[in-house]
Design a protein around this ligand. Structure first.
Ligand SMILES: [Zn+2]
Length: 407
């Protein structure tokens, strides 16, 4: 069975990564991915619901920036509205400068301190620093015609992108582009004048869905297994996170072969890599009065990478439940990591539910270099590791059914 399962799971990864439209929320590929995963679970005998939400679809075909006689190379900020204009430019490097600058009808060039890190989307509720909201608030109040952000490399917040988009937010209606620091010098090195900016892009209303599948138990409690199924635009999204979806499909195939005491809920959340996290918001809404029956959450995101161990951490896990982690005790296969305070397990942690997050041991390095890039391809994934992880998690669930959380 193990060998057939390996072949099946790598087929799942390849299918999800091979969708020509990608799996970005709002895209046709994203809808095909959820339909595929729902079909797989239905075929196994799970009761499956596809819970849909409204979202945006977005596409772009580049931009043109010209300052004086110089062409400046740049990129369209994800979700940006289109524009075609020539206007005077003004610049700001700090929040104080931004607050003093008259931007109305002009193109504002942001640099320096203002561009240290990507700004959290304005309606992102899970984490949103005050200074980010202040910058966005000031930009919206100042009504510039467009934004040019000069950004360097910040692997921590934007994957491996250089330059990185300062703004990635479908709720911001100011057209924007981002450029490398070296390109930005071409603008800042000139006396203030006119800037020509053309952004070719389009926003459209679309839909997406979470996949919620259940194998009913008898205890009235449930364990929730999560993996996000969406991916960033222009990446195959193998490690991030087709591998996590495939792992849970493998786990689902195991649990369905035996009677379960606690209901097994498999959730493919849709939006971890989206500015609005629509699937996560919908799941919280659907479960607003129903989180109490969740015993624990297991989230798989970024696991199964060749050449490195899978890594895991627990958050809010009771001491008495530590015996449940025995199936992950082989340190040649699984590393213990510091708590990872991002990712979909945080939905459960915030509700006081114990969570186990599984990813790759060198999360920063792997995610920083591979995630969100065209290099995140299926050949990086080890089918053996997906099968091994699904087996270990199945043993954990079996132990939970037999012993409870250790009480
Ligand atoms: Zn991910």
């Amino acid at each position: 069975m193990e060998h057939m399962l390996q072949e099946q799971l790598i087929r799942d990864v390849k299918t999800l990564c091979g969708l020509p439209e990608g799996r970005q929320v709002g895209s046709a590929g994203n809808r095909k991915a959820t339909a595929y995963a729902a079909g797989r679970l239905r075929d196994m005998g799970y009761g499956v619901q596809e819970k849909s939400f409204g979202c945006l679809d977005w596409e772009e075909s580049g931009c043109r920036i010209r300052a004086g006689k110089e062409d400046v190379a740049g990129f369209v900020s994800p979700w940006s509205l289109p524009c075609a204009l020539t206007a005077p430019w003004v610049c700001a490097g700090t929040i104080e400068e931004l607050e003093e600058t008259d931007m109305e009808g002009r193109i504002v060039v942001l640099h320096g301190q203002l561009c240290q890190e990507q700004l959290m989307p304005k309606n992102f509720v899970f984490y949103n620093p005050e200074h980010h909201r202040r910058i966005i608030g000031r930009l919206e109040a100042g009504r510039p015609a467009a934004i040019v952000a000069i950004t360097g490399k910040n692997p921590e917040l934007a994957g491996a992108l250089y330059p990185f988009p300062l703004i990635e937010d479908g709720d911001v209606d100011i057209p924007s582009v981002y450029v490398k620091d070296t390109e930005g010098e071409k603008i800042l090195g000139q006396a203030p004048g006119l800037l020509t900016l053309e952004i070719r892009s389009r926003r459209r209303k679309a839909t997406g869905a979470n996949v919620v599948a259940r194998l009913e138990g008898s205890s009235g409690r449930r364990v929730v297994l999560t993996a996000h199924i969406d991916a960033k635009k222009d990446t195959p999204g193998a490690l991030d996170n087709a591998a996590g979806v495939a792992t849970l499909l493998g786990l689902a195939e195991r649990t369905v072969r035996r009677p379960v005491r606690h209901t097994v809920e498999v959730v493919f959340l849709n939006g971890e890599d989206d500015y609005a996290q629509p699937g996560q918001m919908l799941y919280l809404e659907d479960n607003a009065d129903a989180m109490d029956d969740i015993l624990l959450n297991i989230n798989v995101d970024g696991a199964g990478c060749r050449g490195v161990r899978d890594g895991y951490c627990t958050i809010g896990w009771p001491e008495k439940g530590s015996g449940l982690l025995e199936p992950l005790s082989d340190r040649t296969a699984f590393a213990v990591m510091d708590p990872w305070m991002q990712g979909d397990h945080m939905l459960f942690v915030m509700a006081g539910i114990p969570a186990l997050a599984v990813t790759s041991e060198n999360l920063d390095e792997v995610m920083g270099e591979i995630a969100h890039t065209p290099q995140d391809t299926p050949d990086r994934i080890s089918p053996e590791k997906l099968v091994r992880l699904s087996a270990a998690l199945d043993r954990l669930l079996l132990a939970l059914d037999e012993q409870g959380m250790g009480e």
